[in-house]
Design a protein around this ligand. Structure first.
Ligand code: FAD
Ligand code: UDP
Length: 376
């Protein structure tokens, strides 16, 4: 074996395919009993295709990433829409990201685009410099919208106040003065036509790739190989010697509604201020599947101290990033071990960014050049 790849998610599967096509013999292992990492999908007991680890909507501005994945899947065009219900008792739902409709319906106004821009200019609390997610939100939409849509959701999702998270977290959500109500504005927005798992199966189907699922790294750590690409948590690889890197976990509550063809008008409804869950996603919107019933998932945030908790999100803030840098320094001293992906690089990566990073790393490795910098 030339390369051992730990993890069969986007980071592992994409780099495996690239290295295999470059002529290397690759062993891919994953401790889970399936491929796809957190993007894994499967039919539930009722036959509805669901995402086991929460909703995954593919979007990218990168033609190169989209073209590369298109070798392994056809696509179903899909533009994700999200409504937020700031007060569950009233049940009123507003488009998120905040846009012209959000402002007009929430405040009973009839503003045009310029009017919305002027409104936001009046209510925003300018911040300089912008360091935290609180700075981002107050600077763009002011206090009232922050309290209705952001502070409670963030507290639930992360167990932290907006002021305790790096700016990049809330900056994922834009503010709009026009009517566009799509969650993402990327050039390419689509779902793999037969699901993510099928796409991963095709990616990993190569004579130079051996795949073993249900295998923990510790079991093969001693196997002879030239190099390792590790896509699990970097602190775990190093035995947490500087302390555990904080990750946020979720519990997924899946439900099939046999007599409900459609539960909600859009793919996801967010509940910033009520309930234990942050959001409910209804899969048929995402996949376009026809079925007399419908399947949904509720995401309930939890700490890593919960029984069986899996790490899903790095928690971006200065203290955690400083701790990550200490692990990164260990990684930089390795010559034949490379850390790639959301858990290994401790970055709040979307799927397309992981694909980009994996292609960049695998191509450098295949060329035999210095691959020391694993960043995309
Ligand atoms: P993972 O998918 O986590 O893969 C790592 C794999 O390594 C896992 O399968 C794990 O089992 C395995 N592993 C770890 N340690 C070991 C070990 N010691 N031994 C063996 N195997 C090991 N991105 C988007 O672009 N759009 C979205 O809509 C979106 N929604 C998301 C929703 C949720 C709830 C979450 C959690 C993430 C979402 N993402 C989304 C992000 C997306 O999941 C990630 O960017 C991507 O899946 C990361 O791929 P990865 O290979 O780095 O990590
Ligand atoms: N966010 C929020 N209210 C919402 C949606 C998002 O406050 O209704 C904030 C929250 O801090 C969240 C971040 O914006 O963690 C990023 O949201 P996104 O939907 O991108 O999160 P993901 O899909 O990655 O969980």
């Amino acid at each position: 074996m030339d390369t051992l790849i730990v993890g069969a998610g986007f980071a592992g599967a994409v780099s495996a395919r690239e290295l295999a096509e470059a002529g290397e013999r690759v062993l891919v292992i994953d401790k889970r009993p399936h491929v796809g990492g957190n993007a894994y999908d499967r039919p539930d007991a009722a036959g509805v295709l669901v995402h086991a680890y929460g909703p995954h909507i593919f979007h990218t501005n990168s033609q190169a990433v989209f073209d590369w994945l298109s070798r392994f899947t056809a696509w179903r065009p899909y533009e994700h829409r999200v409504l937020a219900v700031p007060d569950a008792a009233s049940g009123r739902a507003y488009p998120l990201p905040i846009n012209r409709t959000t402002i007009n319906t929430l405040y009973g106004l009839d503003l045009d685009e310029a009017g919305v821009a002027a409104f936001l200019e009046r209510v925003r609390e300018p911040r300089e410099p912008i360091r935290s997610s609180e700075d981002v939100v107050l600077n763009s939409v002011g206090r009232d919208l922050c309290e209705r849509f952001f502070r409670g959701y963030t507290r639930k999702q992360w167990g932290l106040d907006l002021s305790e998270l790096a700016a990049g977290v809330a900056a994922r959500i834009p503010t709009r003065t026009h009517d566009d109500d799509r969650y993402f504005s990327d050039r390419f927005q689509a779902m793999p036509a037969e699901g993510y798992t099928r796409m991963f199966e095709r990616m990993l189907d190569h004579p130079n790739i051996e795949l073993r699922t249900g295998v923990e790294y510790a079991l093969v750590a001693g196997t002879d190989r030239r190099r390792t690409v590790f896509t699990g948590p970097i602190d775990e690889y190093y035995g947490r010697r500087f302390g555990a890197l904080p990750y946020r976990s979720l519990r997924f509550e899946h439900e099939h509604l046999a007599d409900t063809p459609q539960l909600q008008p859009v793919g996801t409804v967010n509940y910033p201020n009520d309930h234990a869950w942050t959001r409910i996603t209804e899969f048929k919107h995402l996949t376009g599947q026809q079925h007399p019933g419908s399947s949904v998932v509720r995401e309930i945030p939890q700490g890593m101290d919960a029984p069986g908790a899996e790490p899903y999100y790095p928690i971006p803030n200065p203290a955690n990033e400083a701790l990550y840098r200490r692990y990164e320094a260990l990684a930089a001293a390795e010559t034949e071990v490379f850390f790639l992906g959301r858990l290994a690089q401790y970055r709040y990566y979307n799927m397309d960014q992981v694909v980009g990073a994996a292609l960049a790393l695998a191509r450098r490795l295949a060329e035999g050049g210095s691959a020391r910098s694993t960043a995309a």
